[in-house]
Design a protein around this ligand. Structure first.
Ligand SMILES: [Zn+2]
Length: 435
């Protein structure tokens, strides 16, 4: 793993101090990550405006304010980038416009960084860190800098520092958005399997070649067949079928920004791979609460009905059939609801199960090729035993499975009490190292 300026950059580090795990010292927030070159394309479209001298000063001041926070190493790294560019311009070896770009990028980063660092921040940071460690294995697959930020809804966001200094490396800072405020009582562990959906975005940003190449091929074949079928069409019928083919292509084509059906479906499948029935339960809660039309066509996500079907089919393949009946039931209710009556030919064409089946198969193949740890029944047995012994589960998958198991076994009140006790015990076990 690459960590920029390892020697001089102070790390914000936490460690587990309880007896069982005291041998681990766990770093949480780090800076430094190689971003694939192609991501630069996304950034090339940005427009830069001339910064005022005061703007640079202002940005420097804001960076210095990060010194007293867990993000101090990010502040220090960005400050040294800024100083490097300023010095290079002073020495005549860099174009002054570079400063404009750097200041703007840093401003963007500052805008999205969290500004609250309470117990929940540390809890979330440690959850992310656990998954980073287990998904990375002995290679780097996830960004080194993934920061939690509480807010309105689940999400993943990345910013990149492209134009800095001496090396060719591009740094990225990534945020996982979690719903609620920065307080432990706002943690709803039953929704936390979505952290894996968001981390899957990070994983696929880093390298989704395996998935994209396979699915692109399947999609091209599918669209090619559709074009062949419409070859005899004339006039308006021809225009209509070409428009539909284009629409399918637009919705399903994997894109760099992941705002397409293929990537979103792959994130669900990856989260299912990693969390098993805990993700199914979280997804089911989400769709049961939704008042939104489950058949709504929009660019960013496939309709809930399509996502639910994908998860159901993938569950069969991964051996979770007995845990997927709930999702199937919800789908049945939708079909019998007034929403189900409104399904037209366009909907049916855009959501052909063949595309879902191809997409989920490609996503499963990608998980396999990443050697991503897969949740298995033996994980569930292990956690079940742990709970019977009254032990506190560790951060990461163990905790997600424990919460899911507890919820299956207990009423709301006892679950809530167990959840809060467990969260407090886990956070207590995190002791910040002195800087
Ligand atoms: Zn997503």
């Amino acid at each position: 793993m690459l960590a920029l300026g390892d020697a001089q950059v102070p790390r914000s580090v936490t460690k587990i101090t309880d007896d069982e795990t005291s041998q681990h010292t766990r770093g949480t927030i780090q800076v430094g990550f190689l971003t694939p070159r192609r991501k630069v394309l996304l950034l090339a479209r940005r427009r830069y405006t001339q910064p005022h001298q005061n703007k640079t000063e202002d940005v420097l001041q804001q960076l210095r304010k990060l010194r007293d926070t867990p993000l101090s190493n990010i502040g220090d790294t960005l400050e040294s980038d800024l100083n490097f560019v300023a010095n290079a311009i002073q020495a005549g070896s860099a174009n002054p416009s570079l400063l404009v770009a750097v200041v703007q990028e840093i401003e963007e980063i500052l805008q999205i960084l969290p500004d609250s660092f309470g117990d929940r921040f540390w809890f979330d940071a440690q959850m992310i860190y656990e998954f980073q460690q287990s998904w990375n294995g002995d290679t780097q697959r996830l960004s080194g800098t993934v920061i939690p930020k509480t807010g309105k809804a689940w999400g993943h966001e990345s910013v990149f520092v492209t134009s800095t200094s001496a090396n060719e490396r591009i740094k990225s800072i990534n945020l996982i958005h979690l719903p609620g405020q920065d307080k432990l009582s706002d943690v709803d562990l039953l929704t936390y399997p979505f952290i894996c959906h968001e981390l899957a975005h990070n994983l696929f940003y880093f390298d989704d070649n395996e998935f994209v190449v396979r699915f692109r091929r399947a999609l091209d074949n599918y669209l090619g067949n559709l074009r062949l079928r419409g070859i005899a069409d004339q006039g308006e019928a021809k225009a209509k079928s070409l428009k539909l083919i284009q629409e399918i292509d637009d919705l399903w084509s994997p894109t760099l920004n992941h705002k397409n059906w293929a990537h979103e479906m792959a994130m669900d499948i990856t989260a299912l791979w990693a969390c098993g029935p805990a993700y199914l339960a979280a997804f089911q809660d989400e769709i049961e609460e939704q008042s939104k039309n489950p058949y709504l066509i929009e660019q960013r996500h496939p309709p809930y009905a399509v996502r639910a079907r994908a998860l159901f089919i993938a569950s069969q393949k991964l051996g979770w059939d007995q845990h997927s009946s709930g999702i199937k039931e919800v789908g049945k209710k939708w079909r019998q609801s007034p929403w189900g009556n409104g399904l037209d030919n366009r909907y049916i064409a855009l959501t052909d199960p063949k595309l879902t089946d191809a997409c989920l198969a490609c996503a499963l193949a990608a998980c396999e090729s990443y050697r991503l740890p897969r949740c298995t029944t033996s994980d569930i047995e292990r956690i079940s035993l742990m709970l019977t012994r009254g032990e506190t589960p560790d951060f990461g998958l163990d905790l997600l499975l424990a919460a899911w198991l507890r919820k299956e076994q207990q009423d709301e009140g006892s679950f809530a009490a167990w959840e809060q006790d467990t969260l407090r015990a886990l956070v207590k076990s995190l002791t910040p190292l002195s800087p």
